[in-house]
Design a protein around this ligand. Structure first.
Ligand SMILES: [Zn+2]
Length: 115
């Protein structure tokens, strides 16, 4: 499952943060899974729950935001918001869209505790 390797990548980000600045536990981890990132959020949540026990993510509250995608339209020259890569431009109907944002899964917030 694709989301299982993504969850492993998220855990590595947390472990790297821990290596730089040790902490006892994570209280909140907030992720952003862009609408164009190809991430199934429910599957990602399931994968994170599955790998959390025994890791730094055990007991952490995990929030996953889903920001919309953004694209530049070569038809009308505007930057527009889209929900999927197959969307046409909501302004002019052109299919010539160049995705510019919402294509990645990233950690946007990590709240940790020392006790
Ligand atoms: Zn357009």
């Amino acid at each position: 499952m694709h989301e299982m390797s993504l969850a492993g990548g998220v855990l590595r980000v947390v472990e790297q943060a821990h290596a730089r600045e040790p902490f006892a536990r994570v209280s909140l981890l907030r992720l952003a899974a862009g609408a164009l990132a190809g991430v199934e959020v429910s599957a990602l949540r399931f994968a994170l729950d599955a790998i959390a026990p025994g890791t730094l993510l055990e007991g952490a509250t995990i929030e996953i935001d889903e920001p919309p995608g953004r694209a530049f339209c070569m038809g009308c020259g505007e930057s527009v918001e889209i929900r999927s890569r197959t969307d046409d431009c909501p302004l002019c109907g052109s299919a010539k869209l160049q995705p510019t944002g919402g294509m990645e899964l990233k950690v946007v917030d990590l709240v940790v505790h020392d006790d």
